[in-house]
Design a binder for this molecule. Structure first.
Ligand code: PMP
Length: 390
């Protein structure tokens, strides 16, 4: 730890010291079971409910929604999708609207729901933009759920979620909007109000909280109308929607990281933007990188840059950089074609060959411009070296 050039912050971040301290302190002091009726249980329950309030605040909830703690973004997405689709028998066979760019933790549950007979309709995301004609065309009255990510994890594209929300409001009386905000959370400003969503997915480890925890925020109307059913049955924890003894230490550490990120949001965005601009200037100014292409969406989050290095396999580049202590990700690694259907890069419009030659650079506010310069130098040297190899 210390000298690495870590540019894979969209894969995960290092837990902050403050979050770690919170985790240890709650684990040591408030170790009761939040469901226990005695004082130790009450103390743990108070830690949990404070964490819920903090998370609700960071997503701008003023309506009294419910924060359900989960094991992470993947579980929150699964709960949102299966939970909504299975909430009422009359939903069976109805339409679920989504985008071509979703993460596997949305795509795969929807593929399962497709097998159950639900009609899954995808809005194209060519160029990193939701096709407005498709939104209008596909927002039909039989839609019961729309699942749209706010920021794409591979390209950083910021999708026009409010446009989907408006179309649903107009035409789809039974629809709930689910937003996977895993990559957007504390990177771009938004609120559950501005998105007009009913369900919102968050993950802790992308924001310097502990791994293995996350949340699904649920609008009060969804709870009232019993519009969501559980995946896990048991002791009835988390409003009966996610049974299992809660983990107050993780929840509190997640909330700690969220509160810090929320209060520093504008400075962090400025910092990420500075890093991004430095990177783009360095890449475009280096003649050794003249074949490189940035996959730039029209509207984007500041922390993700997707770069295609034609004819160099992303995995080859990733390993070459890794050997020098520089860490990036191969854009299509965890969601490439085949197993998970079309990748977000293909949905962006890249050919299979270009998708396989694409790396993702993702920043933390803790990265420095000096580190960005070192990354660019390493990239340029490796492009030259790998070209000579051929
Ligand atoms: N959605 C998106 C957009 C993601 O980037 C990720 C993490 N790669 C997830 C969901 C899954 O989150 P978690 O790792 O917390 O399960």
């Amino acid at each position: 730890m210390g000298n690495e050039l870590y540019f894979d912050n969209s894969a995960t971040t290092r837990i902050s010291e403050e979050a770690l301290k919170t985790y240890l302190s709650v684990s040591r002091e408030q170790y009761g079971n939040p469901s226990s009726l005695h004082g130790m249980g009450k103390d743990a329950e108070k830690v949990l409910s404070d964490a819920r309030k903090t998370i609700a605040k960071t997503v701008g909830d003023t309506a009294g929604g419910t924060v359900l703690f989960t094991s992470g973004g993947t579980e929150a997405n699964n709960l949102a999708l299966f939970g909504r689709a299975h909430a009422k028998p009359r939903f069976k066979g109805k339409t679920i609207l989504t985008t071509a760019g979703e993460h596997a933790s949305v795509k795969m549950p929807l593929a399962e729901l497709g097998k159950e007979g639900f009609r899954i309709v995808e809005i194209p995301t060519v160029g990193g933009r939701l096709d407005p004609d498709a939104i209008a065309k596909y927002a039909t009255p039989d839609v019961i759920l729309a699942s749209v990510m706010l920021v794409n994890n591979e390209t950083g594209a910021l999708y026009d979620v409010p446009a989907v929300a408006a179309a649903l409001r107009r035409n789809c009386p039974d629809a709930i909007l689910h937003v996977d905000a895993t990559q957007a959370y504390l990177k771009v400003p938004f609120s559950v109000k501005s998105l007009d969503c009913g369900l919102l997915t968050l993950s802790s480890h992308k924001i310097e909280g502990p791994k293995g925890t996350g949340a699904l925020w649920v609008d009060p109307g969804v709870i009232k109308n019993r519009g969501l059913s559980p995946l896990l049955f048991g002791g009835g924890q988390e409003s009966g929607l996610r049974s299992g003894t809660e983990d107050p230490a993780s929840a509190a550490a997640f909330a700690k990281a969220a509160a810090i990120g929320f209060s520093a949001l504008s400075e962090r965005i400025a910092r990420l933007t500075e890093l991004r601009e430095r990177l783009l200037a360095a890449l475009s100014g280096d003649p050794r990188l003249s074949t490189l292409r940035v996959n730039q969406p029209p509207v984007f989050a500041p922390h993700i840059v997707s770069v295609t290095l034609p004819k160099i396999k992303s995995e080859t580049m990733l390993h070459a950089l890794s050997a020098r202590g520089v860490f990036v990700s191969s854009g299509s690694a965890c969601s490439s074609h085949g197993k998970h259907g079309t990748s977000a890069l293909s949905a962006f419009g890249l050919s299979d060959a270009d998708a396989d030659a694409t790396i993702r650079i993702s920043f933390s506010h803790r990265n420095t411009v000096e580190q960005v310069d070192l990354l660019c130098e390493a990239l340029a040297e490796e492009v030259g070296r790998l070209a000579r190899f051929k």
